[in-house]
Design a protein around this ligand. Structure first.
Ligand code: G3H
Length: 539
């Protein structure tokens, strides 16, 4: 075993005190109808990707357990959400925008208090570094306050009456109904909240099931949810997806399905809904974003961006660069710089200062990555970097594979981990055809300096993917930018402003512009007789 691997996992005594988990967290609470219920049934152990070294052996750290609810409890949660929505007549869907904002702001204040606890659990549950865990928490808080601002803007623009072709009307956005929100394990807080918060603030009621890993970190926020929203508006359930969420979809009572995960998972769940036309879906799914490095690219920049793009959080981002097409004229120099760049990445535990490479949370993941490497070697690829593919327990050192071709699994499969395939190319069409024929269509990155050449690639991709990045890695942010995808990569568009739209629908009150109708409308507005038809707006 290399020195790196033999020292990668810590002794219990080497973990800094402020990051230690002294006692596993046993969670029995779940939230239904405004009540913290206690579950006395089976619990699901929560394994950390961190193993603890004891002499020559390793033990995977168990940091707690969460309720393994059944379909009965999840249906109770759904009933609570259905009751709170009350066919659109409930307190929450009819509350004024100002009041809904107040509830969300109350939640945000309470959420901020839990920062340290949530950050620590992010590190232990999914192996995210301290810096990135803090960033995820803070980005989520910013997302919530920016959502409030965006809703105020939206509401201001809807406050006026419009006149058109002899009609007068007011158009406002109203909720869709009961939403089921499920997030991914790689951004269990941020990505989940980018659907959950817009769903709530627009007046929908929600059943929320945390991701498969990154579950315990929601616990410090349950009380904040409970105390910030009226009963039944937000319900939180735990357990196996098929048992809990499948049962919800089968009822046909879910109106909005917000899911970040695999397209297979999304298809399986959507299929269970008896009235698919009634189900509105907002999905963030698989991706295999390529980088295309042209011969005249600024090589240092291209390498830096591709390293960050393929290895931030060990490549476990839906937006990660998952295959690199590098022109044959520069591929050797590119690989040399890339290898040097990987060596600068610091392996370690999430709390280690300046750490970049950490253990992976998915069970069996290192075996899967090793299999991808084995398969690529069989078809002619080599691991180009020192220690590439070395692994122990949940840790896998990045493997730079070259030359990669279409016979290899890693050419088409989304590895979602630290394996970086490099495909050499000479003709532009080789890279263009990869994107055109891919099942995925989230983003692409182009590296080059000749504007005419770059423009050719841009135009070839505008109808293939949702975002084309020039001389920069693929990414979701800034959160005000639209985030979407084509083919199997997404359904619907998210951004701070777009999310408010996807969780709502426009309703219009319209009348012919007669004196009598104008009089009625004026009375309603002047006497504040309707919550909907109103010219009040929020400052
Ligand atoms: O996993 C997908 C995330 O939305 C990626 O977000 O590009 O900001 O890391 P990011």
């Amino acid at each position: 075993m290399s020195e790196l691997l033999s020292t990668i996992f810590p002794l219990e005594s080497a973990i800094p005190d402020r990051f230690k988990i002294h006692e596993p967290v046993t969670q029995r609470e779940y939230l239904v109808g405004g009540e913290l219920k206690i579950w006395n049934g089976n619990l699901n152990p929560v394994f950390s990707p961190v193993f603890i070294k004891e002499g020559e052996s390793y033990t995977q750290k168990v940091i707690g357990s969460t309720p393994l609810l059944t379909s009965k409890e999840s249906l109770d949660a759904l009933d609570a959400a259905v009751k709170a929505y009350d066919l659109g007549h409930g307190e929450w869907p009819t509350l004024s925008v100002t009041q809904r904002i107040e509830h969300v702001e109350r939640f945000l204040v309470a959420m901020r208090i839990s920062r340290d606890e949530v950050v620590k659990l992010l590190m232990w549950e999914i192996g995210k570094s301290l810096k990135d865990s803090e960033k995820e928490f803070d980005r989520t808080c910013d997302y919530i306050s920016d959502t409030v601002k965006a809703l105020k803007d939206l509401d201001r623009n809807s406050a006026k009456l419009i006149e058109e072709q002899g009609y007068m009307a007011q158009i406002r956005r109203v909720p869709l109904g009961v939403a089921l929100c499920m997030g991914p394990f790689n951004y269990p807080l941020n990505e989940t909240f980018t659907t959950l918060i817009p769903a709530l603030i627009m007046g929908n009621t929600v059943v929320f099931k945390p991701a498969k890993y990154g579950v315990l970190l929601i616990r410090p926020l349950i009380e904040a949810f409970r105390s910030s929203f009226p009963p039944g508006v937000i319900n939180i359930i735990y357990g196996r997806g098929r048992e809990t969420v499948g049962a919800l979809m089968e009822t046909g009572k879910i109106d909005v399905f917000a899911f970040i995960g695999t397209n297979k998972g999304a298809n399986d769940l959507k299929r269970l809904h008896p009235k698919p036309h009634r189900l509105k879906a907002i999905l963030g799914l698989d991706a295999k974003n390529p980088a295309i490095v042209l011969p005249d690219a600024d090589l240092d920049n291209a390498v830096n961006e591709c390293i960050m793009g393929s290895l931030s959080f060990n490549g476990q981002r839906c937006t990660a660069l998952k295959i690199l097409f590098v022109h044959t004229r520069i591929v050797d120099a590119f690989i040399e710089k890339f290898k040097a760049g990987i060596l600068k990445l610091k392996p370690g535990m999430p709390w280690d200062e300046g750490v970049n490479l950490t253990p992976l949370p998915e069970p069996g993941k290192t075996d899967y990555l090793a299999d991808l490497v084995r398969d690529a070697k069989q078809y002619g690829a080599k691991v180009m970097n020192k220690m590439g593919g070395d692994s122990l327990n949940s840790f896998f050192y990045p493997a730079l594979l070259y030359p990669v071709n279409d016979k290899m699994k890693v050419y088409a499969e989304e590895q979602f981990g630290p394996v970086i395939p490099i495909v050499p190319f000479t003709k532009d069409e080789e890279a263009i055809n990869y994107v055109v024929n891919s099942n995925f269509g989230q983003q692409v990155s182009i590296f080059g300096s000749d504007s005419k050449h770059v423009a050719k690639f841009m135009d070839a991709f505008v109808n293939q993917v949702g975002r084309i990045n020039l001389n920069t890695q693929s990414q979701r942010g800034p959160d005000s930018f639209p985030f979407n995808g084509r083919k199997d990569s997404a359904e619907g568009t998210l951004s701070i402003a777009d999310a408010l739209r996807v969780f709502s629908i426009r309703t219009i009150v319209a009348t012919k512009n007669t004196d009598d109708n104008i009089q009625i409308i004026s009375n309603i507005i002047r006497n504040r007789e309707s919550a909907f038809l109103s010219t009040d707006y929020i400052f």
